[in-house]
Design a protein around this ligand. Structure first.
Ligand SMILES: [Zn+2]
Length: 238
């Protein structure tokens, strides 16, 4: 396990895999690791075969990024164009019925996931939801606040997590509990907006990542500190 912290970006050119991992980390670091310093490093030549075997990298919410030289689970997007979709509720956003980007709002607290909005064109269309990681379906049910919700067990950054997919059309989740999805596999489709399929919510995906093995389908927590039990999905989706 190599760690890149702050401006510590030591480079050992003889250790190619570490080098590649570090360069990958650069791409996810944003303002984290001293960018100017890294930009002065020589550009690595990565052959296609090396690139394919390079370890996947996932950023944490802090400025510290852990990079594994061992193969880790691939993380893929839950919806087509997920990264260019509007997010009305981002991770950690505090909402109340009086102050919320959506109206009406019936919830209060810090949002523990990321919402991915649909477009007007998708109002009556089938919008497929894909598993974001390799792992077994742990639960699927109808729940207040979600309509259909599915929970998948995965490993992210080497740690056990459960992934919560909210506002699904429950009958579209045909896999049985225990079925092992691969990242990118079809998991179900979004529920129809403002129907029982979404428990009255707009048509969108709520994606939550809860640390550990315990299943929690909370959409909000009531203290900022409690957010630490959750991972910001946008820090791992690339
Ligand atoms: Zn949400």
């Amino acid at each position: 396990m190599n760690k890149i912290e702050g401006s510590r970006c030591d480079l050992d050119q003889d250790m190619k895999i570490q080098f590649i991992a570090m360069m990958l980390a650069v791409s996810v670091l944003g303002a984290g690791c001293a960018k100017n310093e890294l930009e002065t490093l020589p550009t690595p030549s990565i052959s296609p075969s090396m690139a394919q075997t390079a370890p996947s990298v996932a950023a944490s919410t802090s400025s510290t990024v852990s990079v594994s030289t061992h193969a880790t689970n691939t993380i893929t997007l839950p919806l087509s164009d997920a990264l260019s979709r509007v997010t009305k509720k981002s991770f950690g956003l505090y909402v109340t019925p009086q102050h919320s980007p959506v109206s009406p709002e019936r919830f209060k607290g810090y949002h523990v996931g990321t919402d991915f909005e649909t477009t007007a064109d998708e109002k009556d269309a089938v919008v497929s939801v894909q598993a974001i990681c390799d792992g077994a379906l742990a639960m699927k049910k109808r729940a207040t606040g979600y309509g259909g919700v599915a929970v998948q067990r995965c490993k992210i950054n080497g740690g056990e997590v459960t992934v919560i997919y909210g506002h699904l059309k429950l009958t579209s989740v045909t896999a049985s509990v225990g079925h092992v999805f691969r990242a990118g596999d079809a998991l179900g489709v979004l529920g129809k907006g403002f129907s029982t399929e979404t428990d009255g919510e707009r048509k969108h995906l709520h994606l939550g990542i809860h640390r550990g093995k315990a299943i929690s389908i909370l959409g909000y927590v009531q203290s900022k500190a409690a957010l630490s039990a959750w991972i910001d999905p946008m820090s791992v989706l690339r």
